[in-house]
Each structure stands twice: as structure tokens, then as C-alpha cells.
Write a protein that binds this ligand. Structure first.
Ligand code: UD2
Ligand code: MN
Length: 235
């Protein structure tokens, strides 16, 4: 067994899932998240490894670049991961039948928050999404150009469409999550020109293959692997 991974003992798991968490300065959320997600994934009898992709201070938060770095680094550490779930730290799944697995299409695992339905525009990509590695490569990952809150999820929707791929979402009833309360983060100001950028930054010019980051440290914790990365500021 790889360090930092978990697998069921009495059956052969169908997937080895990497849970990639974009993260900075949300220790209270991380605690609650881990307490909930670990038993949840264990009950689903998945083999899994959680990667906490933590961005150093100084540059506005960049969720897309962190997720790209998480994809690349996790594959470098464990070569045979066959399913990726990109997951906000503040979302707790409420229904055990929301299987954290992959399909031949991009899957959005989130449909609503508690009893509220998210605005379900087609291709909603926020919160938690699963990809087999080939699909993530097909859309060239996320854009790296979104510094601050917003836009990278809508841009990902354009990338899926532009690459001729389809998305699926889990049924409304099982895709409900609790979102932990939070205020806006000072290191995560709203993205300017979100709409323009949302449709403009396309997979041909920017994404997984152009992600620029420097790994500062990798540490193995009890149930996850923390990777601290420096992301250079916007050009
Ligand atoms: C929505 C989306 C999220 C993302 C974001 C826009 C849902 C449920 N979530 O989240 O996926 O598209 O809009 O960028 O639709 N984070 C930190 N530290 C920070 C800032 C962010 O750890 O200082 C991480 C953390 O994992 C957080 C995630 O980034 O859950 C998304 O940021 P948010 O929770 O502030 O944004 P929110 O809830 O509007
Ligand atoms: Mn949130």
C-alpha cells in the first residue's frame, strides 16, 4: 500500500481515486472535511489518495493552476490512478450513494446545497467533478489564467464543449452537499473580466500543459498528502 492511500482489505476496488483539493488557509474546513470524507470513501470501498494542493501566500488564489498541479504531481507520485475528483474543501456529500467514481464522460457530483438546488445551467462545473485521466488531458485541464474567485469553472465548461466532450451529472437527489460557512477570502479577490476570460481562454493556448508551479514541499500526513506549491503571479 502506498503511503497516504487507503484501500479495502476484503475486495478489489474498482477505482483508485485521487481526490485533489485546492487549498489555502481553511484549517477549520479541512478538519471537518477529512473527518467526513474519509469514512465516506471507505464505505464506498474505493481505493483513494487525498492530495491537498496548498498554495503559498503572496499571489491571489488560483484554483485552476492548483488543480492542474495536483493532477501532474499525483500522477508523478502514483502512476496508476484511474479516476480524479477535483473537490472544494468546504463541501460535504450528504448521500452515500453519490459514488466518487469516474465514467466515460466528465461527471459533476454536485447538484445542490442542503435543500437548495444550485442554478443548474448546463455544464455546471463547480464544487466537485470527476474525470478519467484521458478526459482531463483531452480538455488540457483547467485554465491557469484565473487568479482570484470565479470563472475557472465556467471556463472548464467551455473547454469540455470545445473538445467535443459531454458532461453528466448525478441525479439531483443524491448530489446534495452541505457547504461549510465561509466569508470571502482576502487572498481570493473576485476575478476581473470573468465573462470575457470565461469563454476566451481555450485549451489550445493554456491549461495543464502550460501550468507553471514550483513544489515547495511534499509531506505525508495520516490520511492525505500535502503538497505546497508556489504559483507565479499573472504576467
Ligand atoms: C464556487 C464553486 C468552486 C469554484 C468557485 C469559483 C461550488 C459549490 N463551488 O465556490 O468550485 O468554482 O466558486 O472560483 O459551486 N479555497 C481555499 N482558500 C481560499 C480560497 C479558496 O482553500 O482562500 C479553495 C477551497 O477548497 C474552496 C474552493 O477553493 O472550497 C472554492 O472557493 P470558495 O469556497 O471561496 O468559492 P465558492 O464557495 O463560491
Ligand atoms: Mn465555498
Amino acid at each position: 500500500m502506498q503511503r497516504g492511500s487507503w484501500a479495502p482489505k476484503h475486495c478489489t476496488p474498482r477505482w483508485h481515486v485521487a481526490i485533489i483539493i485546492p487549498y489555502r488557509d481553511r484549517a477549520a474546513h479541512l478538519n471537518v472535511f477529512l473527518k467526513n470524507i474519509i469514512p465516506f470513501l471507505q464505505k464506498q470501498l474505493l481505493k483513494f489518495t487525498i492530495f491537498l494542493m496548498e498554495q503559498t501566500d503572496g499571489v491571489a488564489f488560483n484554483r485552476g493552476a492548483l488543480l492542474n498541479a495536483g493532477f501532474a504531481e499525483s500522477r508523478r507520485i502514483i502512476s496508476n490512478i484511474d479516476c480524479f475528483v477535483f473537490h472544494d474543501v468546504d463541501l460535504i456529500p450528504e448521500d452515500l450513494s453519490n459514488l466518487y467514481a469516474c465514467a466515460s464522460k466528465v461527471r459533476s457530483l454536485v447538484t445542490g446545497r442542503r435543500h437548495r438546488r444550485y442554478t443548474q445551467y448546463g455544464g455546471y462545473m463547480g464544487g466537485a467533478t470527476s474525470f478519467i485521466p484521458q478526459l482531463f488531458e483531452d480538455i488540457n485541464g483547467y485554465s491557469n489564467k484565473f487568479y482570484g474567485w470565479g470563472g475557472e469553472d465556467d471556463n472548464a465548461r467551455h473547454r469540455v464543449k470545445k473538445s467535443g466532450l459531454k458532461m453528466m451529472k448525478v441525479p439531483w437527489e443524491i448530489g446534495r452537499f452541505t457547504m461549510l460557512q465561509h466569508a470571502d477570502d482576502s487572498g481570493n479577490p473576485h476575478v476581473k473580466n470573468m465573462k470575457v476570460l470565461g469563454s476566451d481562454v481555450l485549451p489550445e493556448v493554456d491549461g495543464l500543459h502550460t501550468t507553471n508551479y514550483e513544489v515547495k514541499s511534499i509531506s505525508y500526513r495520516d490520511h492525505f498528502i500535502r503538497i505546497l506549491v508556489d504559483i507565479p503571479g499573472p504576467d
